[in-house]
Design a protein around this ligand. Structure first.
Ligand code: PRP
Ligand code: MN
Ligand code: MG
Length: 167
């Protein structure tokens, strides 16, 4: 669906935009395991202001193709986010349930600011509205894999965005 070249080009643009928007500040990336890890690493390399990174595990899909609606926190952050400029990094926003659940929870820890960044967004699938500051690509409602996105835990390592066909 999106070539390796196009994905990397877009991530470089996003990194430049973030560096400009947060100029003079430090940014604290929170990558949501596991899907966002590949994107978060590539994005971090394209940000030219000081970057710190932490990880949180919030899973709602498990191994099925559909969201269960149950958001499970398996691993919390290692560091406090008090007074930090926080950017939550996701690989995809689908129903919006994961970030809708996570955002108020993180805001209650009083960061200096908190914004959301996602490589992909599927607007047709949105069930709850979440304000997203940075979106890499809007994609149609197909089961996308690669660049961190899995189907039953596989295909995360593809360096491009592809579509998993129904068997
Ligand atoms: C996927 C994706 C997002 C979330 C988006 O994660 O990486 O975190 O679902 O869906 P939503 O907007 O409907 O909440 P998943 O739960 O599959 O875990 P994973 O990142 O480990 O694959
Ligand atoms: Mn995820
Ligand atoms: Mg998944």
């Amino acid at each position: 669906m999106i070539s390796e070249e196009d994905v990397n080009k877009r991530i470089a643009e996003m990194g430049a935009q973030i560096s400009e928007d947060y100029a003079g500040k430090e940014i604290h990336l929170i990558a949501i395991l596991k899907g966002s890890v590949f994107f978060a690493c590539e994005l971090a390399k394209r940000i030219t202001i000081p970057v710190t990174i932490d990880f949180m595990s919030v899973s709602s899909y498990g191994n099925s193709r559909e969201s269960s609606g149950i958001v499970k926190i398996a691993k919390d952050l290692d560091e406090p986010i008090l007074d930090k400029e926080v950017l939550v990094v996701e690989d995809i926003i689908d129903s919006g349930k994961t970030l809708n659940h996570l955002k108020p929870m993180l805001e209650s820890r009083n960061p200096a600011s908190l914004h959301l960044c996602t490589l992909l967004s599927k607007p047709d699938r949105r069930e709850v509205e979440v304000p997203v500051r940075y979106i890499g690509f809007e994609v149609p409602d197909e089961f996308v894999v690669g660049y961190g996105l899995d189907y039953a835990q596989k295909y995360r390592n593809l360096p491009y965005i592809g579509v998993a066909e129904e068997e």
